[in-house]
Write a protein that binds this ligand. Structure first.
Ligand code: ATP
Ligand code: MG
Length: 571
């Protein structure tokens, strides 16, 4: 059963739960007390009706009631404690799960990314569902189940055959809850799919609000939203209806157990086999015996949604991640030699080869430009060197080691990179450049700001580097964002710099100034530049021309430029 438990609850979930084992045991002990107290209440009523009322024994009643009062106070504390234990554990489990999921997200391979950003963001909601089930008071309701036996036993002892009434109700409640499971499963699947579409539309709309407005994309997105909402609402309504059935059925069963006991009990009193005090105790206990199953019915209705969430989360948590290798090659510093050996590549999920048998070599300290037409695969080469994707065929070597074998941290610490789609984060310009790395002090920050041209605009306002940007760097112009990205790529003085269209949004003057400053900055470093801009080519020694994923020409810069000029004239 240990093994079955493992497959039911994956390790990433069971570990934080197991860490709180003691808490759940404590909650169980508290549950033991509350159940025994429930017995006490029933027995109190029985004693009062059987002994005190016939004898008018008021002094005994007072003593008994004082005892009962103490029991109630204690019971209250126990129930509070039980809830508190479980909530504290729930909070910790929540935090542990959220951390684990985020770590996984950051470590995941880009090739494994599926669905929209909204769908990915939906994962965190799944954590909520799973946590609710495994760490909440609902699950702890299961603790009460063994006590059903205790109640039935006591009922049988004092009420004899009356125990058959709650006993008959129990399977009915369980059957009702089980009967709706297939329907719930189906609806949970539907609701989940719809929920993701909804979240996807929402995230996409918020992120592109400017374009949505300017391009009047609103109606298209609104239509997508409405269809997602409508079908999602349908599924949610269906599953609510089914759950309500199971829960209400259980509640009714509890009432039926009570009424049935009273009904039959009257006959038993008539033929003298029980007293009315016993009947009162038994009717209280039979309701109490069925009650835990009401909770279980509620739990079962949540089970399908939780199972679905758990499966999705588990799929996510079990993805190999970038550090799949048990023993990655560690390099604290890079020399800066880069080599592509017969590299072919197609993006995951597509068959179209984006790169075809690409081979070239960049020696440490060499500066190379990759040029070519739109969609020829330049940015893809940059991504492969950074290890963001793995080649389908061939090898990408950095310092002679396959990037698949290098630890991604080492690889990317050694390669300062600026990608084509500059992404800034909310926060100050300073933290966008340093990424809050304490090793980069103010003097270095200022130097980076000067080299990249950030100082040109940030220097015009006091504390310009502490200017706080909104999401994704909103509040800056395209060229300014590129300057910040260049500063970030240079931060930490990595021996290799990869820049993908670093100046595509800059004016000629800014670009020329940048080229002049980078000239000194890049001395002795390997430099891979992707560009469409002539002026930037001053920075490189060599040019590689790419066309439709193949290298069509490469050589020293001036030779290539000369042959291009000749070719251009010829055509
Ligand atoms: P540009 O000059 O426009 O930046 P590029 O040379 O950088 O072009 P790449 O971005 O490398 O071109 O893209 C090469 C090809 O790969 C394109 O045909 C593009 O459709 C495809 N592609 C790019 N990124 C992806 C991706 N994430 N998934 C699938 N295909 C992609
Ligand atoms: Mg590109």
């Amino acid at each position: 059963s240990g093994k079955a438990g493992m497959t039911l609850i994956p390790a990433w979930l069971s570990a934080p739960l197991a860490a709180h084992r003691a808490t759940y045991v404590r909650a169980g002990v508290a549950a033991l007390f509350t159940n025994v107290f429930a017995l006490a209440t029933a027995l109190y009523s029985m004693t009062v009706y059987n002994r005190i009322v016939p004898n008018n024994a008021l002094s005994s009643l007072i003593a008994l009631s004082i005892g009962m009062g103490l029991v109630l106070i204690f019971d209250f504390s126990m129930r509070m404690l039980r809830g508190w234990f479980v909530d504290v554990a729930g909070r910790d489990v929540d935090a542990a799960l959220a951390d684990a999921i985020f770590a996984r997200l950051v470590a995941m391979r880009l090739a494994d990314r599926q669905g929209s950003s909204g769908a990915m963001a939906g994962l965190l909601r799944e954590v909520e569902v799973v946590r609710e089930l495994f760490a909440s008071a609902t699950l702890v309701a299961l603790v009460d189940i063994p006590f059903i036996l205790l109640f039935l036993l006591v009922i049988a002892l004092i009420g004899g055959p009356l125990v058959l009434v709650p006993l008959a109700m129990l399977p009915l409640v369980v059957l009702a809850a089980l009967a709706i499971q297939p329907g719930l499963d189906r609806l949970a699947g539907e609701a989940q799919g719809q929920g993701f579409t909804r979240q996807g539309v929402m995230v996409e709309t918020i992120a592109g609000l400017e374009t949505v407005k300017a391009g009047r994309a609103g109606p298209m997105l609104a239509a997508r939203w409405q269809s997602a909402v409508a079908s999602g609402a349908e599924a949610a309504l269906g599953s609510r209806l089914l759950s309500a059935f199971a829960v209400q059925f259980a509640t009714s069963a509890q009432a039926i157990a009570y009424v049935g006991t009273v009904l039959w009990g009257v006959f038993l009193i008539a033929d003298g086999s029980i007293t009315s005090g016993t009947l009162i105790a038994v009717s209280i206990l039979s309701g109490r015996a069925v009650a835990p199953l009401t909770q279980v019915a509620g739990l079962l209705t949540r089970l399908s949604a939780s199972r679905m969430a758990l499966r999705r989360l588990d799929g996510f948590m079990m993805m190999p991640g970038e550090q799949a290798l048990a023993n990655p090659v560690r390099r604290s510093t890079l020399e800066g030699a880069i080599e592509l050996k017969g590299v072919s590549f197609a993006y995951p999920g597509s068959n179209a080869a984006v790169l075809k048998d690409v081979s070239f070599r960049i020696a440490p300290g060499e500066r190379v430009a990759i040029v070519g037409r739109v969609g020829s695969g330049k940015s893809t080469i940059a991504r492969l060197i950074l290890g963001l994707y793995q080649p389908t065929e061939g090898q990408v070597l950095v310092d002679g080691a396959d990037v698949r074998q290098l630890h991604p941290d080492d690889l990317r610490r050694g390669i300062g990179s600026m990608l084509q789609d500059v992404t800034l984060f909310s926060g100050s310009i300073r933290s966008n450049i340093t990424l809050d790395d304490p090793a980069i002090d103010d003097a270095e920050l200022l130097r980076l700001a000067k080299v990249s041209g950030v100082q040109d605009f940030a220097g015009q306002i006091p504390n310009g580097l502490d200017l706080v940007l909104a999401d994704r760097g909103e509040g800056l112009s395209g060229g300014q964002r590129q300057a910040i990205a260049i500063a970030r790529a240079l931060a930490g003085r990595p021996p290799v710099i990869i820049a993908d269209e670093p100046t595509s949004a800059m004016d000629i003057q800014s670009e020329n100034a940048l080229v002049a400053r980078l000239e000194a900055e890049l001395a002795g470093r390997s430099f891979v530049l992707v560009t469409h801009r002539q002026a930037m080519l001053k920075l490189v020694d060599r040019i590689i021309i790419l066309d439709a994923g193949r290298i069509v020409a490469q050589g020293p810069r001036d030779d290539v430029l000369r042959s291009l000029a000749v070719g251009g004239q010829a055509s």
